[in-house]
Design a protein. Structure first.
Length: 441
């Protein structure tokens, strides 16, 4: 059976050859994908699988890529005409085109002829009249910021050192953009300026997504899109309002019903199941989460140097927001577990090496859930319920709201709270000790 896109030359070398679909040629910049695979059949087959997968991904990215703007098309024509990088930088910076660009005249005439031919038969020209005019007048069309470019800008701004988290965010954004194109059309998402992205579009998108997904998923998507648009408006000083602001998504409000906190009876039942001795790493993780109210990933990724054994605290130097960066006191049992894990380990070692990187933090949560479900069957009670419980217990101790925020790492809405060094470790410990004293172990 013939293998698609595989050929063998006369001298016995295998090659991958595949024509680029016409719709993707302008984006990819090639007419054909050609890759040498070697002369050994087994090696060629292994390489074939890699190349084929890479090509499929290239085509998929081209399919979802934003359509080039008028500005992009003029820049592409300049490059095609042989404009140097230095000349291009001068044009983009707004300092003018200088002397006539050699070779551009022929490209311009070709665009005019194609435009007139398409108009004559009622077809849509490949380039707009604005592109043709801009080249003829030697000017660059203004930059266009779209919903698609806003999402791309947001993705670039959020990229960090964790490749798995970057890929996860990339997939979320790709999924959102694909859904937006289905609902609003590709041109509205990739070509329409943000200034013309209206409330009507936002409502249409919301209603379509609510018909397919649960309200909380829609809320998460809209939070991401709202942040991307806000970031683009601020960065490029656009005269535009975000049409997603204060848009209601029925059924998606964050509430205490999303996750139930554990009761004291729950914790009493869970004690011997979740902590299987003083040397149980997973049990130590549970204890730290229980007594600090921290997020699972915040503890799993900590290094030994970030645990202050003398003062009994753990530093969380990164987080979802500015206020998530904090120092939290450790209870005596959590501190004892941290001391055990830190013994004879270098300062730069992870406290929980099995759960510290990539998606391993998810593995920690799954391992804890496996133990938890042997006792607690209520699906609304999960590991994160420890965080809800601590918040409730801090309220019960009459702990001030701003101290609660510092302990929990919640994002404070009051700007004034972002000034100063925050509350002392002793002050936070005083309220936590009241919670620890009443915690079943």
């Amino acid at each position: 059976m013939a293998i698609p896109h595989l050929s063998k030359s006369k001298n016995g070398h295998y090659r991958y050859r595949r024509a680029v679909p016409e719709a993707f040629r302008e984006t990819i910049g090639l007419l054909e994908i050609k890759k040498a695979l070697g002369s050994d059949y087994a090696t060629a087959m292994k390489r074939y699988g890699e190349v084929h997968k890479e090509t499929e991904r290239l085509f998929e990215n081209a399919k979802n890529a934003p359509e080039p703007t008028d500005r992009d098309k003029v820049l592409r024509a300049l490059k095609q005409a042989g404009v140097s990088r230095q000349q291009l930088e001068t044009i983009v910076s707004g300092l003018g085109w200088g002397t006539d660009v050699q070779g551009l005249d022929g490209i311009w005439h070709g665009m005019v002829n194609e435009y007139e031919a398409a108009e004559a038969v009622g077809q849509k020209p490949k380039v707009s009249l604005e592109v043709i005019r801009a080249i003829g007048e030697q000017r660059l069309p203004p930059e266009t910021y779209t919903a698609a470019s806003a999402l791309s800008f947001y993705l670039d701004s959020k990229r960090g050192p964790d490749a798995s988290k970057n890929k996860q965010l990339e997939n979320h954004i790709k999924n959102l953009q694909s859904r937006m194109i289905v609902v609003l059309g590709k041109e509205a998402v990739t070509k329409r300026p943000l200034e013309k992205f209206k409330r009507e579009d936002a409502r249409k998108l919301r209603d379509a997504l609510l018909a397919q997904l649960n309200p909380n998923s829609v809320r998460r998507m809209f939070n991401m899109l709202r942040a991307a648009i806000n970031k683009t408006i601020r960065e490029y000083d656009l005269d535009a309002k975000n049409p997603l602001e204060k848009l209601e998504i029925k059924g998606a409000a964050a509430s205490r019903e999303d996750r139930y906190p554990f009761t004291e009876d729950d914790l009493k039942s869970l004690g011997p199941i979740m902590v299987k001795g003083p040397e149980d790493a997973l049990g130590i993780l549970w204890t730290i989460l229980r007594d600090t109210g921290a997020r699972n990933s915040e503890i799993c990724r900590r290094k030994i140097s970030e645990v202050d054994l003398e003062n009994g605290s753990i530093a969380i130097p990164v987080g979802k927001s500015k206020n998530a960066v904090r120092i939290v006191p450790l209870s005596p049992s959590a501190l004892a577990g941290a001391k055990f894990l830190a013994t004879d380990k270098p300062a730069d070692a992870f406290l929980f090496p099995s759960y510290a990187t990539g998606r391993q933090t998810d593995s920690a949560s799954q391992a804890l859930m496996k133990r938890l479900r042997t006792v607690i069957k209520d699906e609304k009670k999960v590991v994160y319920s420890l965080r809800h419980r601590l918040k409730d217990r801090l309220r019960d101790t009459d702990c001030p709201a701003d101290i609660q925020e510092e302990i929990m790492g919640h994002d404070a809405q009051n700007v004034a709270k972002n000034y100063g060094r925050g509350y002392s470790l002793e002050k936070k410990r005083a309220y936590l000790e009241r919670v620890w004293a009443a915690t079943p172990v």
